[in-house]
Design a protein. Structure first.
Length: 139
């Protein structure tokens, strides 16, 4: 099943209509700035032993703890690659209403990103949006 694609401007409009935005970048990237109202659930994280990025084994379980399978979800990352992978993982896990925000937070060669488009950005929106806060509230 192909993943729906959306632009930052359309993602903002969809969020205004109630869709949720999951930022799948690392906790450090999220803390440096993210779309307002986004929550952080990284698809990949640095392995402390090697420094290399590795898939987050808790990604789907943390999403499932906070979002029902019929939720309308937008996923985004830095430029659109990790979020495309995250959308595919969520679709395989049974999420049917997932869109990838092409261009991500900072933009891609062929698409302006969220921050470049001048859309609302947050740097410290509280622990309820952070991965540490979400991971701690799993059932």
């Amino acid at each position: 099943m192909p993943i729906q694609q959306t632009t930052p401007a359309d993602a903002q409009r969809l969020m205004d209509q109630g869709q949720r935005y999951i930022d799948v970048r690392t906790e450090q990237e999220f803390a440096a700035g993210h779309p307002a109202r986004a929550v952080n659930i990284p698809i990949a994280m640095p392995n402390p032993a090697t420094g290399q990025m590795a898939m987050n084994p808790d990604f789907v379980s943390v999403v499932a703890a906070h979002f029902p399978k019929d939720a309308q979800i937008i996923v985004g990352c830095q430029s659109g690659g990790r979020s495309q992978r995250a959308a595919e993982v969520l679709a395989q896990a049974g999420y049917a209403n997932v869109s990838n925000m092409h261009g991500g937070f900072s933009g891609a060669p062929d698409q302006m990103g969220w921050s470049e488009a001048g859309l609302p950005v947050c740097k410290d929106c509280g622990p309820e949006n952070s991965y540490a806060g979400l991971r701690g509230k799993r059932g």
